[in-house]
Write a protein that binds this ligand. Sequence first.
Ligand SMILES: [Zn+2]
Ligand SMILES: [Zn+2]
Length: 143
Amino acid sequence: MKCPSDGTQLARIQLEQVAIDKCHQCDGIWLDHSELNQLRNSSQPGLEEDIEEEYGNPVTQPGSIDGHMRCPVCQDVGLVGRHISYFKPVKVDGCPKCLGMWLDDQELDALLEDKQEMNEELHSPGVMDFVKFVAGMLPKRPR
Ligand SMILES: [Zn+2]
Ligand SMILES: [Zn+2]
Protein backbone atom coordinates (compact mmCIF):
# COMPACT_ATOMS: atom_id res chain seq x y z
CA MET A 1 0.00 0.00 0.00
CA LYS A 2 1.09 3.54 -0.70
CA CYS A 3 0.69 6.54 1.59
CA PRO A 4 -2.39 8.50 0.45
CA SER A 5 -0.61 11.69 1.36
CA ASP A 6 2.82 11.39 -0.25
CA GLY A 7 2.92 8.05 -2.08
CA THR A 8 5.56 6.47 0.11
CA GLN A 9 5.31 2.69 0.50
CA LEU A 10 3.60 2.03 3.83
CA ALA A 11 5.45 -0.13 6.33
CA ARG A 12 3.70 -2.86 8.26
CA ILE A 13 4.32 -2.38 11.97
CA GLN A 14 3.00 -4.18 15.00
CA LEU A 15 1.14 -2.13 17.59
CA GLU A 16 0.12 -4.18 20.58
CA GLN A 17 -1.69 -7.10 18.94
CA VAL A 18 -2.60 -5.15 15.85
CA ALA A 19 -0.58 -4.91 12.65
CA ILE A 20 -1.04 -1.51 11.06
CA ASP A 21 0.37 0.34 8.06
CA LYS A 22 2.51 3.35 8.75
CA CYS A 23 4.16 5.98 6.59
CA HIS A 24 7.67 6.78 7.75
CA GLN A 25 7.68 9.87 5.58
CA CYS A 26 4.75 11.82 7.04
CA ASP A 27 4.04 9.82 10.22
CA GLY A 28 0.54 8.98 9.10
CA ILE A 29 -1.14 5.69 9.94
CA TRP A 30 -3.63 3.66 7.96
CA LEU A 31 -6.15 1.66 9.97
CA ASP A 32 -8.53 -0.88 8.57
CA HIS A 33 -12.09 -0.81 9.75
CA SER A 34 -11.61 -3.20 12.67
CA GLU A 35 -8.15 -2.07 13.67
CA LEU A 36 -9.18 1.17 15.33
CA ASN A 37 -11.50 -0.61 17.73
CA GLN A 38 -8.88 -3.23 18.49
CA LEU A 39 -6.38 -0.50 19.32
CA ARG A 40 -8.87 1.48 21.32
CA ASN A 41 -9.75 -1.56 23.36
CA SER A 42 -6.20 -2.61 24.09
CA SER A 43 -4.12 0.55 24.10
CA GLN A 44 -3.43 3.64 26.12
CA PRO A 45 -2.61 7.15 24.96
CA GLY A 46 1.09 7.56 24.38
CA LEU A 47 1.16 4.82 21.78
CA GLU A 48 2.34 7.30 19.19
CA GLU A 49 5.29 8.18 21.40
CA ASP A 50 6.23 4.53 21.48
CA ILE A 51 6.06 4.40 17.71
CA GLU A 52 8.15 7.52 17.41
CA GLU A 53 10.77 6.19 19.75
CA GLU A 54 11.03 3.11 17.64
CA TYR A 55 10.63 4.57 14.18
CA GLY A 56 11.53 8.24 14.52
CA ASN A 57 9.33 11.29 14.24
CA PRO A 58 9.58 12.96 10.85
CA VAL A 59 8.71 16.63 10.55
CA THR A 60 5.34 16.97 8.90
CA GLN A 61 3.49 19.79 7.26
CA PRO A 62 -0.13 19.24 8.13
CA GLY A 63 -2.86 20.67 6.01
CA SER A 64 -1.03 20.76 2.72
CA ILE A 65 -2.72 17.69 1.29
CA ASP A 66 -6.18 17.91 2.81
CA GLY A 67 -9.00 16.86 0.56
CA HIS A 68 -6.93 15.24 -2.17
CA MET A 69 -6.21 11.87 -0.71
CA ARG A 70 -7.28 8.54 -2.14
CA CYS A 71 -7.86 5.32 -0.26
CA PRO A 72 -4.67 3.20 -0.37
CA VAL A 73 -6.82 0.05 -0.42
CA CYS A 74 -9.57 0.97 -2.89
CA GLN A 75 -7.35 3.43 -4.79
CA ASP A 76 -10.07 4.99 -6.92
CA VAL A 77 -12.07 6.12 -3.87
CA GLY A 78 -11.35 9.52 -2.34
CA LEU A 79 -10.98 9.83 1.40
CA VAL A 80 -13.50 12.06 3.13
CA GLY A 81 -12.94 13.97 6.33
CA ARG A 82 -15.17 12.87 9.14
CA HIS A 83 -15.27 13.23 12.90
CA ILE A 84 -15.17 10.21 15.13
CA SER A 85 -15.20 10.28 18.90
CA TYR A 86 -16.67 9.19 22.14
CA PHE A 87 -16.22 12.58 23.75
CA LYS A 88 -13.95 14.89 21.81
CA PRO A 89 -14.35 14.85 18.06
CA VAL A 90 -11.21 13.89 16.16
CA LYS A 91 -11.17 14.56 12.46
CA VAL A 92 -9.82 11.74 10.35
CA ASP A 93 -9.88 10.94 6.66
CA GLY A 94 -11.99 7.88 6.10
CA CYS A 95 -12.77 5.74 3.08
CA PRO A 96 -16.52 5.51 2.49
CA LYS A 97 -16.06 2.19 0.70
CA CYS A 98 -13.83 -0.01 2.88
CA LEU A 99 -14.29 2.13 6.03
CA GLY A 100 -10.56 2.27 6.62
CA MET A 101 -9.13 5.54 7.88
CA TRP A 102 -6.01 7.62 7.56
CA LEU A 103 -4.70 9.17 10.75
CA ASP A 104 -2.28 12.05 10.59
CA ASP A 105 0.39 12.62 13.19
CA GLN A 106 -1.13 12.82 16.70
CA GLU A 107 -4.57 11.70 15.65
CA LEU A 108 -4.18 8.17 16.95
CA ASP A 109 -3.29 9.44 20.41
CA ALA A 110 -6.19 11.85 20.30
CA LEU A 111 -8.52 8.94 19.65
CA LEU A 112 -7.01 6.82 22.40
CA GLU A 113 -7.20 9.68 24.89
CA ASP A 114 -10.80 10.17 23.98
CA LYS A 115 -11.50 6.51 24.69
CA GLN A 116 -9.63 6.63 27.98
CA GLU A 117 -11.65 9.61 29.12
CA MET A 118 -14.81 7.71 28.43
CA ASN A 119 -13.56 4.77 30.48
CA GLU A 120 -12.60 7.02 33.37
CA GLU A 121 -15.99 8.61 33.26
CA LEU A 122 -17.71 5.24 33.31
CA HIS A 123 -15.63 3.97 36.19
CA SER A 124 -15.62 7.11 38.28
CA PRO A 125 -17.29 6.75 41.70
CA GLY A 126 -19.86 9.38 40.87
CA VAL A 127 -21.21 7.39 37.99
CA MET A 128 -21.27 4.14 39.98
CA ASP A 129 -23.17 5.84 42.82
CA PHE A 130 -25.66 7.06 40.32
CA VAL A 131 -26.04 3.61 38.83
CA LYS A 132 -26.57 2.12 42.29
CA PHE A 133 -29.01 4.86 43.12
CA VAL A 134 -31.02 4.12 39.98
CA ALA A 135 -30.81 0.38 40.65
CA GLY A 136 -32.10 0.98 44.17
CA MET A 137 -35.14 2.71 42.75
CA LEU A 138 -36.12 -0.35 40.75
CA PRO A 139 -38.83 -2.54 42.21
CA LYS A 140 -37.39 -5.52 44.07
CA ARG A 141 -38.02 -8.90 42.58
CA PRO A 142 -40.23 -11.13 44.67
CA ARG A 143 -38.17 -13.94 46.21
ZN1 LIG B 1 3.10 9.65 4.04
ZN1 LIG C 1 -11.09 2.11 0.79
